[in-house]
Ligand binder design. Structure first.
Ligand code: AGP
Length: 605
């Protein structure tokens, strides 16, 4: 999603903005630009397609004396990747940058007769012209008239030509954080851009207007009354957001998983079983519900699929997993006895946020599982369980998946105990098995050689299948997403037992099939399915537990994970599947951390 940064202060605005945009590159983008007041107090705009380095070159030896400006990295929603469509957009006295989607921009174009004025294809430029038409010298009055006209989501940073040294910020759904720091006033789309300058920040409340100047930030609510920002402390440091010697953020974050799980699990164990008292979560939330609804997107949703396979046999209540962007339009069956689990690493995914709001409107209690403290989903949910993975910078989610699962396993265990499906001893044993999964992840982190050999076989193929049954199928969903989203190889996860109902027609000589067979209850059946694909020429990569008995000729590559309880194999398997995607992508020479077309947090619908 788009990256936003604004600065007003005694230092070089150009430098701070360009450094900040570089910090925000991980969000995914295709063009970048900035607007600064120059030493004549005139707004200068520089924009380029491609990477921030192109913008840096464009700005070389220019704007050296600027102390106020805004910068933007664009993830295209309306209009192609061109300089004209890059932000900032200037319309008369108004220069702005925007993250989000203005859904009624066509109507506004007609209403304000903008057809002949527009030089871009973007909704953001339309917004700039509308604001300019409302501006008569007072930014607040203009912005207050402007906001009710907009339908959709926005995070704006705005300059007015006759207000040098001032930045105005306002948001609805799209995130904006700000801080008055020793270096000056700053505003950004996420903390990563602020961390080098401060450890305190506040989230801009929706519809409030922030005015940033060199020496202060003032916040005004919709009726113009000044309000005090609520500052929070950053819960990770800039080192944590750096690569620490790894070649890519993704590999660093894969290796951080054992530590991330310990940081997420251990603070929530009392006498060896889960206890959410410190998170302010009452047991009644778990004892009084008769259904669980999980809403999430992408990897987070696949974590939900694993949770369903674990929870339903244990709790004997329905656990429904919905893709958030579908859930919103499904007219879901739920009420006040439904517990909604909202899973999101960023806490800003707009579809997941909207799904949570729909659940709440239907009377359901919402419990969010989020990694970014203070994010919108975390703030709006009834309850929140933070994962403690630290910043996840790579677009491909890895440690966030594992820590989300660890929280879901803790919830399953606590619910089983509270609902008398587990004795105290059962719960303690469950947690012991969860903790035993952590060293098994360490073991798989060192299986590099086998996995690199496997990756060398995948890179020459355009299609790869992942198959499994029951929990193994749930794991395979995440494995296929990981591989396709960074290596651009078309990967498909399929229930092993369903292959012969059509898809097996695609299996031909040499096609790679990654088969996961770790579940005792369906092991034999899965191995039969593996034989079926092998008989049709597949190149079989088989993942089992250490002591599984398999004919030597069945698998071309056999990866063995340590002997742990089969309901906990997702943790070492996640490491294997992540490393497969990682090394395949490296061998293809692609951008591991910032794959094409993708963004770290999808804040548009
Ligand atoms: C995962 O590798 C992807 N980057 C993507 O599917 C991601 O999991 C999804 O967009 C949800 O993001 P969230 O967890 O921040 O809500």
């Amino acid at each position: 999603m788009c990256g936003i940064i604004g600065y007003a202060g005694p230092l070089s605005a150009k430098k701070i903005i360009l450094d900040g945009l570089a910090q925000l590159e991980y969000r995914g983008y295709d063009s970048a630009g900035l607007a600064c007041f120059d030493d004549n107090q005139t707004i200068q705009i520089k924009k380029s397609v491609g990477k921030v380095t192109s913008l840096q070159s464009l700005c070389a030896n220019r704007l050296e004396d600027s102390h106020c400006g805004i910068g933007h990295t664009r993830w295209a929603t309306h209009g192609g990747v061109t300089v004209e469509n890059a932000h900032p957009h200037q319309a008369g006295n108004v220069t702005l940058i925007h993250n989000g989607i203005i859904e009624n921009y066509h109507q506004l174009t007609q209403e304000f007769h903008l057809e002949d004025k527009l030089v871009s294809q973007t909704d953001s430029e339309v917004a700039a012209w509308v604001l300019n038409s409302l501006y008569e010298g007072d930014p607040f009055t203009a912005i207050q008239k402007f906001l009710p006209m907009l339908q959709g989501s926005y995070g704006f940073c705005i300059l007015f030509s006759d207000r040098p040294g001032e930045i105005y910020g306002v948001r609805n759904v799209s995130p904006l954080v700000a801080a008055y720091t020793p270096s000056g006033s700053m505003i950004a789309s996420d903390l990563t851009a602020l961390i080098p300058y401060t450890r305190s920040y506040f989230v801009l409340p929706e519809y409030t207007i922030a005015k940033l100047t060199a020496y202060q930030i003032c916040l005004y609510n919709h009726d113009g009354k000044q309000i005090t920002p609520e500052y929070s402390k950053v819960n990770w440091d800039s080192d944590a957001a750096m690569k620490n010697g790894f070649p890519h953020f993704m590999l660093k974050e894969i290796h951080e998983q054992p530590e991330a799980l310990k940081k997420t699990i251990l603070p929530r164990l009392v006498k060896g079983i889960p206890d959410f008292s410190d998170d302010g979560i009452p047991d009644t939330l778990f004892s009084e519900c008769d259904k669980i609804q999980i809403v999430a997107c992408g990897t987070a949703m696949y974590a939900g699929m694993v949770a369903k396979a674990i929870m339903e046999p244990l709790l004997r209540i329905p656990v429904t997993v919905s893709i958030a962007s579908e859930f919103r339009y499904e007219q879901p069956l739920m009420n006040e006895k439904t517990l909604t689990l909202v899973i999101s690493q960023s806490g800003e995914t707009i579809d997941t946020l909207a799904a949570m709001r729909l659940s709440a409107s239907m009377g359901s209690k919402t419990l969010a599982i989020v990694n970014v403290k203070g994010s919108t989903i975390a703030r709006e949910s009834d309850y929140v369980l933070y994962t403690h993975a630290g910043p996840e910078i790579a677009v491909a989610s890895t440690k966030a998946y594992s820590v989300q699962l660890s929280i879901l396993y803790l919830i399953a265990c606590r619910m089983a105990y509270v609902r008398k499906a587990f004795s105290l001893e059962d719960a303690a044993n469950f947690i012991q098995m969860l903790m035993d999964a952590i060293p098994s992840m360490e073991t798989m982190l060192h299986q590099t050689k086998t996995i690199q050999e496997l990756a060398s076989h995948l890179i020459s193929h355009s299609d790869v299948f992942f198959i499994g049954r029951n929990l193994d199928y749930a794991f395979s969903l995440e494995g296929s997403l990981k591989l396709k989203e960074i290596s651009y190889i078309h990967a498909e996860a399929y229930p092993a037992g369903e292959l012969k109902h059509g898809t097996i027609a695609l299996i031909e000589n040499g096609i790679p099939v990654i088969a996961i067979a770790t579940q005792d209850s369906v092991f034999a059946k899965t191995i039969s399915n593996v034989r079926e694909v092998k008989a049709r020429g597949a190149y079989v990569i088989l993942i089992t537990r250490e002591h599984a008995h398999v004919d030597a000729e069945l698998a071309d590559i056999h990866i063995k994970i340590p002997e742990i309880s089969d309901h906990f194999t997702v943790f070492p398997i996640a490491v294997v599947l992540q490393l497969i995607a990682y090394y395949t992508t490296c061998l293809k020479g692609l951008n591991v951390d910032q794959p094409r077309n993708l963004a770290k947090s999808v804040t548009v619908e």
